[in-house]
Design a binder for this molecule. Structure first.
Ligand code: Q0Z
Length: 278
């Protein structure tokens, strides 16, 4: 097994023809990884993603090989998956306006070339979900918005249309299920890869709080920044410390760790309808 990549909170290993995606208990806020882990976060997000792969299998096949055939040291927080030729775009669906989409809308009235009606504010629900792909910026910067035409130019019109349709269908399914249980999925980032036979497979992690914006539905209020389902306690605590949001981040106090872990458990239980057990 060979370690090939470290993300802020995840690791990738190569094992023969497979990859192992390992989710750690690390948490980042304002793009900075905190020194304090959140117990079970890696396992919770892995199990949620695996649950979604199964729920979405009638929409799109996926890269999952096994959630159990993984090295003992990663048990419960890793998946074995097929190594794919990855699509060089992040496929994002947005149902609400926030983050980079909000800033682009405020500057141009559109997001990734999709025109939006005037008068939308931070946190507004969009008239319909939109496909807003981004290109990965190689030098570690933030991703750059891409138009649908740029996706067409890179992968062909047939694949581009399929990516858009699949992304929106996965988002609609996810937003519907989470929304029925008190969690707004404002947006979600999907990654797709190509199998040897040319079929598109859903890859990476799916509809987790790390790959999506989850908001508590009961305090959704357009016109101000929304509360993050998972990290709001961390953000509120960080704001109170006077930390300048630059590394190194301070250690989290135990009560913030406990409250944050409870939010990940709560999101898992609300979405899947099953009780979290390690
Ligand atoms: C996913 C990523 C992570 C950092 C590569 N099935 C696949 N085949 C080939 N490549 C990937 C996958 Cl999922 C792949 N990422 C995203 C995952 C840490 C970045 F765990 N990078």
């Amino acid at each position: 097994m060979r370690h090939v990549y470290s993300g802020k909170v995840r690791e990738v290993y190569v094992d023969g023809a497979d990859l192992l995606l390992v989710a750690t208990d690390r948490v980042s806020v304002y793009d900075v990884v905190l020194p304090t882990p959140i117990p079970d976060k890696g396992a919770l997000l892995t199990r949620l993603s695996v649950w979604w792969f199964d729920q979405l299998a009638d929409i799109v096949a996926n890269h999952l090989v096994s959630a159990t055939d993984v090295p003992a040291e990663f048990a419960g927080r890793a998946i074995r998956c097929r190594r794919l030729e990855m699509v060089r775009f992040e496929c994002i669906a947005r149902g609400y306006l926030a983050g980079s989409g909000l800033r682009e809308y405020q500057a141009t009235g559109a997001v990734s070339g999709v025109p939006l009606p005037p008068g939308l504010v931070e946190g507004s629900r969009l008239p319909a979900p939109i496909f807003t792909p981004t290109t990965k910026v190689s030098d570690g910067g933030h991703d750059a918005p891409a138009t649908f035409e740029q996706v067409v130019a890179a992968v062909g019109v047939e694949t581009a249309e399929r990516l858009r349709a699949l992304t929106l269908e996965v988002y609609r399914r996810g937003a519907e299920r989470a929304g029925a249980n008190g969690i707004i999925v404002a947006d979600t980032k999907l990654e797709f890869g190509m199998a040897e036979d040319g079929t598109l497979l859903l890859a990476d992690e799916v509809l987790t709080p790390d790959s999506s914006r989850f908001w508590p539905a009961d305090d959704w209020s357009p016109g101000r920044p929304q509360h993050a389902y998972d990290k709001q306690f961390v953000r509120d605590w960080a704001a109170g410390t006077g930390w300048d949001k630059k590394p190194p981040a301070p250690e989290l106090p135990p009560e913030v760790v406990t409250a944050t872990r409870a939010r990940y458990v709560d999101a898992y239980e609300k979405i899947t309808g099953s009780v979290w057990r390690t």
